[in-house]
Design a protein around this ligand. Structure first.
Ligand code: NAP
Length: 311
């Protein structure tokens, strides 16, 4: 015998700034949203320390604290928050199906806010020193590295952008790249080559991040000669790409390079009634404030959509 499952107005998948903001707006619109926060709830800000560029906090705030406040604010307005992950979805017909293991949820509209993960090097020291000199976002953390020597890993546009941005604060920026040729666009390469503060360490990888409580340098290995060396640095910026968390939506939502495509300026995906917000969509800005802004838009889009259904 099949079990009847309540059909909810909105299920929000994900709990970074986009998910919590969508929850806040949807809850204040009386939609009683359900948020599947995921197992690693809170998104990428849980991996940062000080956040000084989120408006409203003149003294700055810790990333995890900011996420806790966002969660509390959504909960205050009757969003239901579950500390579990969506493991499967069926978006082929409405009401849409969302599963967390064996538990089934049904919803007239879905907001996908599952974010993206920065790729990490996976070398000793990196995890321990994340937020203590290891960063994946120059825009967020560059300011903390005034007057220091820094290392950026990667050879793509992100690495060049990070390196160029960091020259505003750093004394020197060494870009460590595993090949002798960059993947970045010619214009970004040119800008980086022309910047006196930027140098390149070719054919090399970071084998270990050094430091006791705070980054003090990196251990390098030349992949052609196997020569080992150490480079002193106050910070390491890992810029080797991101992976959007979209595996469970594959084949169901239109995507480009793994990111969900939305009909900008709205947050509508290729499936009517399904909306997406934050880093799962946005590979350009990737900021907490831009994700939160999109979360707001997604809730308003869902609200309007539900109105057309008479809910
Ligand atoms: P990307 O283009 O995929 O580049 C990643 C870089 O990291 C590559 O140089 C790669 O080396 C290196 N890498 C990957 N895994 C590594 C590992 N385990 N160890 C060491 N190095 C590793 O990623 P992205 O730079 O983040 O850019 C993503 C997309 O966004 C691109 O389409 C890019 O054009 C775009 N974007 C554009 C701008 C802009 O126009 N201003 C800014 C940022 C990003 P290999 O080259 O050897 O593979």
């Amino acid at each position: 015998m099949s079990r009847t499952v309540d059909v909810r107005n909105v299920v929000i998948i994900g709990s970074g700034p986009a998910g919590y903001t969508a929850a806040l707006y949807a809850a204040r619109a009386n939609l009683r949203p359900l948020v599947l926060k995921g197992i690693d709830a809170g998104g990428q800000l849980m991996l940062t320390t000080d956040v000084e560029n989120y408006p409203g906090f003149p003294e700055g705030i810790l990333g995890p604290e900011l996420m806790e406040l966002m969660e509390k604010q959504a909960a205050r307005f009757d969003a239901e928050l579950l500390h579990q992950a969506a493991t499967r979805v069926d978006l082929s017909a409405s009401p849409f199906g969302i599963w967390s293991g064996d538990e089934e949820f049904r919803a007239r509209s879905v907001i996908v806010a599952t974010g993206a993960k920065a790729k990490m090097l996976g070398v000793p020291g990196e995890k321990q020193l994340l937020g203590r000199g290891v960063s994946t976002c120059a825009t967020c953390d560059g300011f903390f590295f005034r007057g220091q020597d820094l290392v950026v890993v990667g050879g793509g546009d992100s690495a060049m952008e990070e390196a160029l941005f960091l020259t505003r604060f750093a004394t020197k920026v060494a870009v460590v790249h595993r090949r002798d040729e960059l993947r970045a666009s010619k214009i970004m390469q040119q800008r980086a080559f022309e910047n006196d503060k930027i140098s390149f360490v070719w054919d090399s990888v970071v084998d270990e991040v050094l430091g006791d409580g705070q980054v003090s340098g990196v251990r390098l290995r030349n992949v052609k000669t196997d020569e080992r060396s150490e480079l002193a640095a106050g910070g390491l910026f890992v810029a080797i790409g991101h992976v959007p968390n979209t595996q469970i939506f594959e084949g169901q939502l239109e995507m480009t390079e793994g990111y969900i495509v939305v009909g900008e300026p709205t947050t509508a995906t290729s499936v009517e009634g399904v909306f997406a917000a934050g880093d799962v969509v946005d590979f350009t800005y990737r900021q907490a404030i831009t994700a939160a802004g999109m979360g707001c838009k997604a809730a308003m889009d869902a609200e309007r959509y539900l109105e057309t259904l008479g809910h």
